[in-house]
Design a protein around this ligand. Structure first.
Ligand code: B12
Length: 212
C-alpha cells in the first residue's frame, strides 16, 4: 500500500471519505489497528490541535477532523474486540461534565474491550451522580474518567469525592486520563491509576485488577 501518511493527511484535512477508504484498504492489507491508530490517526488529530492552538485552524476544522477520525475508528473497533469469553473485569467509562471530547475516551474503551474487559461507555458530559449510578448499576470493578479541558479536569475530583462518600468507597478502582492531566495531578485527586494513552490504560487496568 502507498504511504500511510495519507491517512494522517485525510484526518488532518477532515476528509471522512478518504480516511475511511484508506483505513479499509490498510486493514485489507493486514496492517494492524494499533499501527493505524497510534502511528497515523492520532498524529492527524495532534496536528489539527496544534494548528488550532496557533490560530491556523478553527472549531469547524476540529469537528471535521474528529468526524474523519471517528469514521476510521468505527472500521477498526470490531477488529479490536477481543475473543475472550470471560471478561477480565468490568469498566465504566465516561467524559466529565462540561466536556464533549470523546475520541480518546472511546479509543481507551475500544482498547480495553479488545484486551478482554467488559466496558460500559456512559458518554460525555457526565455528572458525578451519573458516574456513581453507573458504577453501582453495573457493579463495575474500575471506573475510567476522561477530561480534555483544563477547565473540566478539576471536576474529576468531584467525581472521586462523590464515589468516596458513597457506599462504593474502596470497592471500585479509579483511573483518570486525558491530555491536560499528569501523574502528579492524578495522584493529588486520589486516583488509583493514570495513563497518557490507550495502551497504557490497558496495562494500568490489568495491574489494578491484579492481572500480569
Ligand atoms: C477534536 C477536538 C475537539 C472536538 C471534539 C470532538 C469529539 N467528539 O471528541 C470539538 C470540536 C467538539 C472540540 C471542542 C472544543 N475544544 Co477541543 N480539541 C480537539 C483536539 C483537536 C483533539 C482531541 C482528540 O481527540 N485527540 C486525540 C485523542 C486520541 O487523544 P486524547 O483525547 O488525548 O486521548 C488519549 C489520552 O489523553 C488518553 N486518555 C483520554 N482519556 C482517558 C481516560 C483514561 C481513564 C485514561 C487512562 C486515558 C485517557 O488516552 C487517549 C488515547 O491514547 C484537541 C487538541 C489535542 N491535541 O488534544 C482540542 C482541545 C482539547 N480542545 C480545546 C478547546 C479549547 C476546545 C473548545 C473550548 C473550543 C471552543 N472554543 O469551542 C471546545 C470545548 C467543547 C467542550 N465543552 O468539550 C483545547 C483545550 C485547551 C485547554 N487548555 O483546555 C485543545 C487542547 C486544543 C488547543 N490546542 O487549544 N474539540
Amino acid at each position: 500500500m502507498e504511504n500511510l501518511t495519507t491517512l494522517t493527511d485525510a484526518i488532518l484535512a477532515g476528509n471522512l471519505d478518504q480516511s475511511v477508504a484508506i483505513t479499509k484498504e490498510a486493514v485489507a492489507e493486514g496492517i494492524s489497528p494499533s499501527t493505524l491508530v497510534n502511528d497515523y490517526m492520532i498524529k492527524g488529530m495532534e496536528e489539527v490541535g496544534a494548528r488550532f492552538e496557533a490560530g491556523k485552524a478553527f472549531v469547524p476544522n476540529l469537528l471535521m477532523s474528529a468526524r474523519a477520525m471517528k469514521g476510521a475508528l468505527d472500521i477498526l473497533k470490531p477488529l479490536m474486540v477481543g475473543s475472550e469469553s470471560t471478561a477480565l473485569g468490568k469498566v465504566v467509562i465516561g467524559t466529565v461534565k462540561g466536556d464533549l471530547h470523546d475520541i480518546g475516551k472511546n479509543l481507551v474503551a475500544s482498547m480495553l474491550e479488545g484486551c478482554g474487559f467488559e466496558v460500559v461507555n456512559i458518554g460525555v458530559d457526565v455528572s458525578s451522580d451519573k458516574f456513581v449510578q453507573a458504577i453501582e448499576e453495573n457493579h463495575a470493578d474500575i471506573v475510567c474518567i476522561s477530561a480534555l479541558l483544563t477547565t473540566t479536569m478539576t471536576y474529576m475530583k468531584e467525581v472521586i469525592d462523590a464515589i468516596n462518600t458513597s457506599s462504593l468507597k474502596g470497592k471500585v478502582k479509579i483511573m483518570v486520563g486525558g491530555a491536560p492531566l499528569s501523574q502528579d495531578f492524578a495522584r493529588s485527586i486520589g486516583a488509583d491509576g493514570y495513563s497518557t494513552n490507550a495502551n497504557g490504560a490497558v496495562a494500568t487496568a490489568k495491574q489494578l485488577m491484579g492481572i500480569n
